[in-house]
Design a protein around this ligand. Structure first.
Ligand SMILES: Nc1ncnc2c1ncn2[C@@H]1O[C@H](COP(=O)(O)OP(=O)(O)OP(=O)(O)O)[C@@H](O)[C@H]1O
Ligand SMILES: [Mg+2]
Length: 143
């Protein structure tokens, strides 16, 4: 069987459209008849990664690839990068400035939430260049 692939482009600080790529992706998965419990996990994880790109980076993109076996989502950004990925993965760790916190973000729960919802998560970052977050959610039959 084939695969369904696509890409969404993200612009840093574009809070007006924040979350729209993740909700479009959710719509695509719904249209494909993916089980709601799986869609929920993808939507939560992709939303968190999308918000991190919008909050911390200059620009980025979300690539998705859906096969009968798995959903692979890769969020790549051009931005400051993450100095200490292990620290960034800790619940409650955040460098979000006050104006971001006033918008309701900056609890330091985004990356832990991605990890919780994904079957595998890989975070790579180069300081001064950007960050890539890739996660996979398996589509095991009968799940
Ligand atoms: N794409 C990114 N580019 C640069 N830094 C990032 C990126 N994503 C995360 N970080 C860093 O990792 C920290 C933790 O990210 P995480 O998503 O877990 O929490 P948060 O964004 O601070 O708050 P929340 O997601 O709960 O709103 C961020 O505060 C930031 O310092
Ligand atoms: Mg976040």
């Amino acid at each position: 069987m084939g695969s369904t692939e696509g890409v969404f482009f993200l612009t840093g600080k574009d809070f007006k459209n924040a979350g729209s790529a993740s909700s479009s992706l959710k719509g695509i998965l719904e249209g494909m008849g993916i089980p709601p419990a799986i869609i929920r996990r993808v939507a939560i994880a992709s939303f968190e990664a999308e918000m991190n790109t919008i909050i911390y980076a200059v620009a980025g993109m979300i690539n998705y690839c859906i096969t009968p076996e798995m959903i692979t989502i890769r969020i790549q950004d051009m931005g400051p990068g993450i100095e200490d990925i292990e620290l960034a993965m800790k619940e409650g760790y955040s460098t979000a400035p006050d104006y971001i916190r006033e918008m309701g973000f900056g609890s330091g729960m985004g990356l832990p939430n991605i990890k919780r919802n994904a079957d595998t998560l890989t975070v790579n970052s180069i300081i001064g260049e950007g960050t890539t977050v890739e996660f996979i959610i398996n589509l095991a039959p009968g799940e």
